[in-house]
Design a protein around this ligand. Structure first.
Ligand code: SF4
Length: 494
């Protein structure tokens, strides 16, 4: 566990970010644009990164452990020649952080090469793997994403479109995919749209990205989000879109808005910072308290703190400074030491909090360890009262869709009520946003075309929720234990 994870250890963790670039001029090099896109997606995964490029004839690829800025250099990018590129950044749990699991995966067959970059997590990996092994496939990694490329490769003789639709109908779970052949770039999103994927345009081509901030970084324009259940095929004929046939019911991950995504991204029509500010406004209405100053935990608590301040009229202040230069190599071996690293990463601004009644907003409480340390920091800096407000409801259940969550035993809200947590973290008061309040905040930010229905209105297609989760357009699995699809086998017993 490195120090960069010292306070992220007490957060849910994103698994991946993906990028795809298609340039219509075959002499242009897509790897450089993909590299800048990956830099903008670095927050989604810091363990490993990879790029695959196609020049119309063949696919080359490169994977390495480490950060995007550390892994690539001018020579490596120049060697990755081709007008099509896909790229990946990966966060994995420590047991899985190996080069074998780094993406994109590339497969060769008599019919050609395929590369796949996947964000998400499959819930039927084991039966699919068994099926593939029984029919002669071998695996080089423990990643579920390898199952996807093996299935596409197996079906490739039916043609690309059929191979994709057959594969996508076999796999269950969350997936945003960037797939590449020697001549084509493909994007796909699962029928619930749990993980994000958007389409952008650059002067001379197209971009697929987990977040629109990557499109901005390349100098492109966001065109639209890939719809749940949609496949887009990009080649010299342009962009072909089709639905792969399954009934769709949008269930986007709420935590993309609460915590994972960059505030400058727009996801499914919602500005991430705007959503966070709205959550703060709702929180202020639901759990008002007399105070002198509102502060946010950097970085993802800042938007909600601004919204809380605006709605309550209580002045906003910076309050906490984050050390952005904490190295990734320092090893903090014990839990106690990891917790203490919060002091290295975050510090209070005495001038903002001393002698004051402070409201501090964070995006979530997972284990509770960071919250306790933060309150210690504020009290040491002279805060008279510390009122903790959380812009997501209590996290009580694990995630099976690509987010690293502790098991239920380690989720403080699964085992303690709000008053017990307040005592454990040492706050003067504690309140979470309600489930209804969070959904209201998101829905109030949804972009509506004139005359078009709200995106979250129930579709005429059947609701995919196996357990009756309300069809609000967002996954609420980690709050309610009601997932967008049934859990298979051992899943759900965590
Ligand atoms: S269970 Fe929670 S973290 Fe996982 S996809 Fe659903 S909302 Fe996101």
């Amino acid at each position: 566990m490195d120090i960069a994870h010292a306070n992220e250890d007490d957060k849910l963790k994103e698994y991946c970010g993906i990028i795809g670039v298609y340039l219509s001029n075959h002499d242009d090099n897509a790897s450089r644009l993909a590299y800048y896109g990956l830099q903008s997606l670095q927050h989604r995964g810091q363990e490993s990164t990879g790029l695959a490029v196609a020049d119309g004839e063949k696919i080359d690829h490169f994977r390495e452990m480490g950060l995007v800025a550390e892994v690539y250099n001018k020579e490596k990018l120049a060697a990755l020649k081709g007008h099509i590129a896909i790229g990946h950044v990966l966060y994995s749990t420590s047991g899985k952080a190996t080069i074998e699991n780094a993406q994109p995966f590339v497969s060769r067959s008599k019919l050609g090469q395929i590369a796949v970059a996947h964000n998400g997590s499959l819930v039927n990996t084991e039966p699919m793997k068994e099926f593939l092994e029984e029919t002669g496939s071998t695996f080089t990694s423990s990643s579920d994403s390898e199952v996807i490329i093996k299935l596409i490769a197996k079906n490739y003789k039916k043609g690309l479109e059929r191979a994709l639709t057959d594969t996508i109908q076999l796999i269950k779970g969350s997936f945003a995919l960037a797939v590449m052949t020697e001549k084509t770039l493909i994007g796909a999103r699962d029928p619930n749209g749990i993980r994000p994927l958007c389409l952008g345009k650059v002067q001379n081509g197209w971009i697929l990205a987990s977040e629109s901030c990557a499109i901005d970084a390349i100098g492109g324009e966001l065109v639209r989000d890939i719809a749940p259940g949609e496949i887009v095929i990009i080649n010299e004929d342009g962009v072909l879109s089709f639905n792969f046939g399954e009934k769709t019911a949008k269930k986007t991950c709420v935590f993309e808005y609460v915590y994972f995504a960059r505030p400058d991204s727009i996801m499914d029509g919602i500005g991430v910072l705007e959503a966070r500010m709205k959550m703060g406004e709702v929180l202020a209405r639901e759990s008002a308290v007399a105070a002198d100053v509102v502060i946010g935990v950097p970085d993802s608590g800042l938007g909600a703190a601004l919204g809380f301040s605006k709605a309550s009229g209580i002045p906003y202040a910076m309050g906490i400074v984050k050390n952005k230069y904490v190295g990734r190599t320092f090893i903090a071996p014990s839990q106690e030491e990891r917790e203490a690293m919060v002091f290295v990463k975050l510090n209070a601004l005495k001038s903002d909090v001393a002698g004051k009644r402070v409201i501090i907003i964070d995006d979530s409480i997972v284990r509770g360890t960071t919250s306790r340390r933060l309150i210690q920091i504020l009290r040491k800096a002279g805060a008279r009262e510390v009122h903790f407000r959380i812009s997501s409801p209590p996290v009580k259940f694990p995630c099976y869709f690509g987010i690293d969550t502790p098991c239920r035993a380690d989720l403080i809200s699964a085992n303690q009520d709000t008053e017990a947590i307040r005592q454990a973290i040492g706050a003067d008061s504690l309140a979470f946003i309600s489930m209804e309040g969070m959904i209201e905040a998101l829905q109030s930010c949804e972009y509506e075309e004139e005359g078009a229905p709200r995106k979250s209105e129930p579709s005429r297609e059947s609701n995919h929720s196996a357990s009756g989760a309300s069809n609000c357009g967002y996954c609420q699995g980690c709050f309610l234990g009601e997932y967008p699809m049934p859990m298979i086998g051992e899943l759900g017993k965590r």
